[in-house]
Design a protein around this ligand. Structure first.
Ligand SMILES: Nc1ncnc2c1ncn2[C@@H]1O[C@H](COP(=O)(O)OP(=O)(O)OP(=O)(O)O)[C@@H](O)[C@H]1O
Ligand SMILES: [Mg+2]
Length: 235
């Protein structure tokens, strides 16, 4: 029997996002309705330009919809103060950006440690936790390398380690395995499954069918609209 999906961490209700610049406008999302169940691994797939990054940014409160409502833990995001939203982003959500968003002149370790510094952890805690996360993505040997000295896949893994370091309740990941070989991708997905098993909610974008098999729920988006929703039951 399919398990009934539990509580929702995030809900999007009739969300539209129009980007305007000058007299041009792009309707990136059109009346999107979706729910991200807590403790599940949710995958968003769709062609380039279909609105995937836009959805993740809106879910994480990095961007606001032009119309529609976004709920985080049952409360509408518009009702959170800017201060509360910043706190949620810092403490509850780990972002893996499509472009990594790493500080090039910092080492891998320094990049991963930075969110802990912002949250005022002790040096000992910071060092332990940052190394632990680098180890989880197989990069402890590269800890002292600067970002520009790392390969694309290594940089991507630093981005994943940084997203994990605060032990977030939710991970929003934009093609986190895009630069990784098959074996490394599978390791990252096993790590994500393990985290979901511990109650972490994960929402990630991917194009890779092998990666999708790890999902509990797959949304397909085309041209700013969710066209399909598929629940996967794992043995
Ligand atoms: N800041 C922006 N200003 C104007 N248009 C934008 C902006 N950001 C995105 N868009 C447009 O919105 C649409 C959706 O973009 P989005 O980045 O969400 O796509 P995506 O599904 O993540 O694509 P990809 O797989 O290539 O990363 C695209 O047509 C894009 O050109
Ligand atoms: Mg994108």
């Amino acid at each position: 029997m399919a398990e009934v999906l539990p509580n929702y961490l995030i809900k999007l209700e009739d969300v539209s996002r129009i980007y305007r610049s000058g007299n041009r406008h792009v309707e990136a999302l059109k009346n999107v309705n979706l729910k991200i169940p807590a403790g599940k691994l949710v995958i968003i797939k769709g062609p380039s330009g279909s609105g995937k990054t836009t959805i993740l940014n809106i879910m994480g409160g990095l961007d606001q919809p032009t119309s529609g409502k976004v709920y985080f833990q049952g409360r509408e995001i518009g009702n959170y103060s800017e201060r509360e939203l910043t706190r949620i982003r810092r403490k509850k959500i780990g972002f893996v950006f499509q472009t990594y968003g790493l500080i090039q002149s910092f080492t891998a370790f320094e990049n991963v440690e930075l969110p802990l510094r912002i949250n005022h952890y002790s040096w000992k805690k910071r060092r332990e936790r940052a190394y632990e996360c680098l180890r989880l993505v197989g990069l402890e040997k590269r800890a002292d390398h600067r970002i520009f000295e790392l390969s694309g896949g290594e940089q991507q893994r630093v981005g994943i380690a940084r997203a994990l370091v605060n032990k977030p309740e939710m991970i929003l990941a934009d093609e986190p395995t895009g630069e990784l070989d098959f074996a490394t991708s599978m390791k990252v997905m096993e790590l994500f499954r393990k985290l979901a098993g511990k109650g972490v909610t994960i929402c990630m974008v991917t194009h890779d069918p092998a990666v999708m098999e790890y999902g509990d729920l797959i949304y397909e988006i085309i041209d700013g609209q969710i066209i399909n929703e598929e629940v996967i039951v794992h043995e």
